[in-house]
Write a protein that binds this ligand. Structure first.
Ligand code: FAD
Ligand code: SF4
Length: 500
């Protein structure tokens, strides 16, 4: 009975569960580089380069370790799979759970000439059964309780059975607005090697729609490089990660963020090794607890929580549209060509790098999409195409749940909706903008303002039920009827100008 293992493009770890499930190394292994995948949506070329170059490097590593690897380059992944199964007389195809619902459904729907075994994915700390046990029967699925459970379960940043430093959350010490001239360190980038250069040329010559620039391509593509990014984060960024976690500064595209998501999501790094490295650094006595806790909350908390909920909510979640938002995605999301400086800066940066940090994604891009009432599925599809670290499992809950509140509050306790006031406080984009962040109506009024109040007014009934919104709704009540009418008029005029 011959077993064959198909390693998917985001499962690039030598100890991934399908490879670990066999005793020896004489088992045929397949990797499929498929241009079919590249046509699912207009992906960022750097995403294609990252995934394909990392796959090619990983295939070389497996070969060196003695695995008989077939690396198929194809525009028909199903045909490539069938051919390999027949060539190697495979009786059982073993694949680690792809996590993403659409791909799993496609895989399970294939008419294969052999048995298919899906092995539980081991790139996350929580498996799906454990998450379900945690979630089932709870009134609310709050991140805070999930995160605390994770801290206890893996003994991360604990002093006995109490949280290190006597509290679970140091948010009040973090998330400061930018002060003075901040000088974040340069990210750890890499020069493309021969393999990456070949993939860059391939992607540049593909005749398919993409979004953004292929070069300069500076991401790491191997586990060794991903580990270097982790070390650089600890040495140069971790200390200041917390204070400026939410700050946005023109030209400082990464601030003190870790830039680890592309590598974690490909399997080049594992969540526990990242957590342990950062906790070890803290135990060495050099780092403030607020920054360390703020970072560990992201990896041990948010990342695992988003994946757990994605599975728990099921495939229908992708169609969530609780507010009934229907406006089409404006063209400027694809071009960056808008006078709104904050959106222009973040979209332009995403075109150049495939990356934006969390607050740029949440409080600029998805905040605007939320308050302007853009269709959630179009927005999700854009995020999925645009970002270097995007996969279905991380998109749905982040964009539909956290960013757009399209799930009616199954994930977040209130919508992340904000006016220009927030953007102006947490960054410097407003200084270079043709709009005035303080004006709600009139020629210079910032669209974040009139859309924000229009959003609150449009959804007053729904938002009333969210306890955390009552304070802000009182401010809406104080607004005069005339101003409210002017705001509605201005929002309508904007749609007409943009949508024609
Ligand atoms: P840091 O800020 O340094 O955080 C460290 C790590 O924590 C990240 O590498 C990531 O692995 C993890 N993390 C933090 N927050 C989240 C979260 N909400 N969900 C999952 N992991 C998290 N993350 C993706 O990996 N892919 C995406 O496509 C993606 N799209 C997003 C879209 C929206 C609208 C929002 C609000 C968030 C999105 N995120 C996504 C989550 C988060 O913004 C990114 O993980 C983070 O910006 C990656 O950059 P970093 O590695 O520098 O992160
Ligand atoms: Fe963005 Fe408004 Fe500030 Fe301009 S004024 S940068 S559109 S928030």
């Amino acid at each position: 009975m011959t077993v064959g293992i198909w390693v998917l493009g985001n499962q690039l770890w030598a100890e991934q569960a399908a490879l670990a499930s066999v005793a020896g190394r004489d088992v045929p292994v397949l990797l499929v580089e498929s241009t079919q995948f590249a046509q699912d949506r207009p992906y960022h070329p750097q995403k294609l380069i990252l995934v394909w170059s990392a796959m090619r490097h990983f295939a070389e590593t497996l070969k060196t370790e003695g695995w008989p690897v077939t690396y198929a380059i194809t525009d028909d992944r199903e045909a490539a799979l069938h051919q390999w199964i027949q060539q190697h007389h495979i009786h059982e195809l073993r694949v680690m759970d792809p996590v993403d619902h659409p791909f799993l459904a496609w895989l399970q729907g294939l008419d294969l000439p052999c048995a298919l075994t899906i092995v539980e994915n081991n790139h996350f700390l929580w498996n799906t059964a454990e998450f379900e046990t945690w979630a089932r029967g709870r009134k609310g699925l709050l991140l805070e309780s999930f995160y605390r459970e994770g801290r206890r379960r893996w003994g991360v940043l604990m002093a006995g059975n109490q949280p290190e430093g006597g509290q679970w959350n140091f948010d009040k010490d973090n998330r400061q607005p930018p002060k003075g001239r901040l000088k974040p360190p340069q990210p750890r980038w890499f020069e493309p090697d021969g393999i990456t250069q070949t993939v860059i040329e391939k992607v540049e010559n593909l005749d398919i729609p993409t979004f953004g620039q292929a070069t300069p391509f500076r991401w790491g593509v191997t586990r060794d490089q991903a580990l270097q990014v982790l070390e650089t984060f600890v040495a140069e960024r971790l200390e200041t990660f917390g204070p400026y976690q939410d700050a946005m500064v023109t030209g400082e595209e990464t601030m003190w963020h870790a830039l680890l998501s592309p590598y974690l999501n490909l399997g080049l790094l594992q969540p526990m090794e990242v957590i342990q490295r950062v906790e070890d650094a803290y135990r060495s006595g050099e780092f403030p607890l607020s920054s360390v806790e703020g970072f560990l909350r992201q990896v041990l908390g948010w990342r695992e929580y988003m994946r757990g909920l994605y599975h728990y909510f099921g495939a229908d979640y992708a169609q969530s549209n609780g507010f009934g938002h229907h406006h089409p995605l404006p063209d400027f999301f694809w071009t960056g060509d808008t006078p709104m400086n904050c959106l222009h800066q973040v979209i332009d940066q995403t075109q150049r790098t495939g990356y934006a940090h969390h607050i740029q994604r949440l409080m600029i891009l998805s905040n605007f999409a939320l308050i302007a009432g853009l269709n959630p599925q179009e927005v999700e599809s854009w995020f999925h195409a645009a970002f270097i670290d995007a996969y279905d499992w991380v998109m749905q809950t982040n964009v539909l749940g956290m960013g757009l509140f399209a799930d009616g509050g199954r994930l977040a306790s209130k919508p992340y909706a904000a006016s220009a006031n927030y953007v102006n406080r947490m960054g410097d984009y407003c200084k270079g903008c043709r709009y005035n962040p303080k004006e709600r109506t009139g020629e210079n009024a910032c669209p974040f303002n009139f859309f924000y109040w229009d959003f609150l007014h449009r959804h007053r009934g729904t938002l009333q039920a969210q306890g955390r919104m009552s304070f802000i709704l009182k401010n809406l009540d104080k607004m005069g009827a005339e101003e409210l009418a002017a705001i509605q008029h201005q929002a309508e005029a904007w749609y007409q100008a943009v949508e024609g």
